[in-house]
Structures are given as structure tokens and as C-alpha cells.
Write a protein that binds this ligand. Structure first.
Ligand SMILES: [Zn+2]
Length: 126
């Protein structure tokens, strides 16, 4: 039992862990985004691929062992609610790698198909 890496303050098992195990679908685009961030933290490549839209999904996903994801800030959401079919989530993810610390500032696009939220793509702010 531990705090969820997505920073919700909830226990991992009751937060992103419930989505990773398939016990619950993500109710919102933000919830899916948080669970995908946590998927990177716990290196659950299968979950990341399963929540990626088939149109944009890579064949395989190689997670970089040198990158440690440290913290997530959700900056803004646009739509992506339980009654929407699409949504945007802007976030800043902090990481550390051997060369130093960095941030990924991205606005991700999500769609909901057959009741499931899927990651489509994202625009990275340089
Ligand atoms: Zn979480």
C-alpha cells in the first residue's frame, strides 16, 4: 500500500492501480492520463499500449530504464468528462535521468470509443 505516483493522494491500489489491473475503466480523460503517467512510473508497457489508440499506437514500447518519473502536475483539462467523446489534458511531468532533471510539458489528446478512453497523441511544448 503506497501513495499513487500520479499525486492524487490516494492509495495506488484504489487509484491508477485499479485501472492498470482492469478493475475499473478510466471515467475521464484526466484519469486515463494519470494512469498512463503512473504506467510509465511502474513500467507497465502492456497497459500503455492497451490504452493507446490503434491508429497511433506503436508496435512495441521500449521504456527507458534510465528515466525516473518523479512528479506529475495536471495543468489544464478541456472536455474529457464522462459524457464527452474527446478531451485534452495539458500536463507537466518531472523526471530525472543520468544527465540531470527535466520536464515534459505536453498537451495530450484523448478520445472515448465504446466507453473506453484512449490516448491519441500529444503536442510537446519545447
Ligand atoms: Zn493515480
Amino acid at each position: 500500500m503506497s501513495d499513487c505516483p500520479c499525486g492524487s493522494g490516494d492509495d495506488y491500489d484504489d487509484c491508477c492501480g485499479a485501472l492498470h489491473s482492469g478493475r475499473r475503466p478510466a471515467p475521464t480523460a484526466e484519469a486515463l492520463m494519470r494512469s498512463r503517467y503512473t504506467g510509465f512510473v511502474v513500467r507497465d508497457a502492456a497497459y500503455l499500449l492497451a490504452t493507446w489508440h490503434p491508429r497511433t499506437r506503436p508496435d512495441t514500447l521500449d521504456l527507458d530504464d534510465d528515466v525516473t518519473w518523479r512528479r506529475l502536475e495536471v495543468v489544464r483539462t478541456d472536455a474529457g468528462g464522462p459524457w464527452d467523446d474527446s478531451g485534452l489534458v495539458e500536463f507537466v511531468a518531472h523526471y530525472a535521468e543520468p544527465a540531470g532533471r527535466g520536464v515534459l510539458h505536453e498537451t495530450s489528446r484523448f478520445v472515448r470509443e465504446e466507453g473506453r478512453w484512449l490516448y491519441v497523441d500529444g503536442v510537446v511544448d519545447a
